[in-house]
Design a protein around this ligand. Sequence first.
Ligand SMILES: *Cc1c(COP(=O)(O)O)cnc(C)c1O
Length: 445
Amino acid sequence: MTATPLLGGPTLPQRRELRTDLPGPKSRALLDRKVAAVAPGVGLSLPVFVAAAGGGVLVDVDDNVLIDLGSGIAVTTIGNSAPAVVAAVTEQVARFTHTCFMITGYASYVEVAEELNRLTPGDHVKTTALFNSGAEAVENAIKIARRHTRRPAVVAFDHGYHGRTNLTMALTAKVMPYKDGFGPFAPEVYRAPASYPLRDGLSGEQAAARAIGQIEKQVGVDNLAAVIIEPIQGEGGFVVPAPGFLATLAFWAKEHGVVFIADEIQTGFARTGDLFACEHEDVVPDLITTAKGIAGGLPLSAVTGRAEMMAAAHPGGLGGTYGGSPVACAAALAALRSYTEQDLAGRARAVEAIILDELSELRDDPRIGEIRGRGAMIGIEFVGEGGRPDPDLTTRIVAAVHAQGVVLLTCGTYGNVIRLLPPLSIPDDLLREGLAVLREAVRSV
Ligand SMILES: *Cc1c(COP(=O)(O)O)cnc(C)c1O
C-alpha cells in the first residue's frame, strides 16, 4: 500500500469493508433521531454516521469502512485527523481555547497571517484577516473592496458559488437549494456570463469579452467595486474556464480600478496541483478568499490581499468573536506546514494521473460529456441526447456508488456532475478501488 508517505500514515485499516447494508442499523437509528431533532433544511446526502476517519477511509457507527472521495467537501485535504493537526490542536487546547484576538492577541494568528501572505499568489506586500467560514471570508472581501473603491456594485458569475449567508446567497448563482424563498437578497450584486467551454464553445478571450461587455453595459465600471470568481468553479460543476478567461478579466479589472477577488475556498491549498488554482494561469488576484482545506478540518477562513486595499477597512471594521480562534490557528499552522514541506501539490498531480488513468475507458461513453478538472479536483459531466444535462443518470450512479461504500459528491448547475475530491492522504490502491466502483456503476446503471 503506497499511502501518504508524508502525512504520518493512517492508523485505521485502509480497505473498504461493508458489514451491513448502508445505512446500517445504528446509522438508521441515528437518522431517525436526526429527522426528529435536526431542522430538515440541513440535508444529509449519504446517511451514515461516522465514528472515525483517516487516510482514505470513513468508519461508520456500524463498523463499515467506506472509501472517502469527498474530503468533507475539499476540507480534509491533508487527511482526516492528520497526526500533525491532532498534535497541534491537542497542545493548544490544553493551554488556552480562546481570548478573542480583537481583545488580547496570540502569536499563532499572526503566524497564520504571515504564512498566508507568503504562500498566496503574488510577491506584493499583503495582509490577512481571519474568520470562521468561507461565506464570512467572502462577505469581508466584499466589505474591503467596497471600502477601498468607495463603489457599491459587485459582479459574480454564472454557475458561481460563494456561500449561504445573505450577501453570499446573492453572489451564488443557483436558486435550488441555496436561495429558493430566502430573499430578498443583498442589493448591488450583478451576474455576468462565465466561461464554460463544453457548453459555450468560446475561447477564454471571447468569453471574457462577452462578460466585460455585459458588465460595462449593465453595471458600469465607475459603479463597480469588485468582481469575484472561483478560478475553477466548485459547486457550479467543476468548470475549468477556457485558458485566458481569468487573465483577461483580471487585466481589465486592474485597468479600471476594480478589485479582482479570487474565491479559492474550494480550489485552494494544493487541491488543483498547485498551491492555488490562480497559479495555473499566472493570475495574481488583489484579494483571495480561503477556507476549506486551510486547517485540516477546523473552522477557519481568511481574506489575504494587497496591503493598501486591506488597509481601507478601519480598526474594528473587520473581525468577529471567534475569527482566527487559537485552536483553528494551531491546526492551520500544522496543515500549512504539510502543504509546503511535503509537496502536496505534487501529490495532487499524482492523484490526478491515477484518476484519469482509472477513468480513461469511460471516455468513449456517449453519456459522458466531459471529464475535466485539475489535480485532486476532477469532475465528470453526464449528458443525454444532444448534450442535454442528465441529472437523473448522475443521481442513479451516485446511489449505486454509495451503496458500495464509496462516498462521492455531485455538483453542477444542472446537477449532472460527479465530483472527485479525495483526500491527498488516500493510499493509491484505495483510490483505484473507489474509482473501480464508480466505473462499474457507470457501466451498469
Ligand atoms: C464552500 C465554499 C464557500 C462557502 O464556504 P462555507 O465555509 O461553507 O461558508 C464559498 N466559496 C466557495 C468557492 C466554496 O466552495
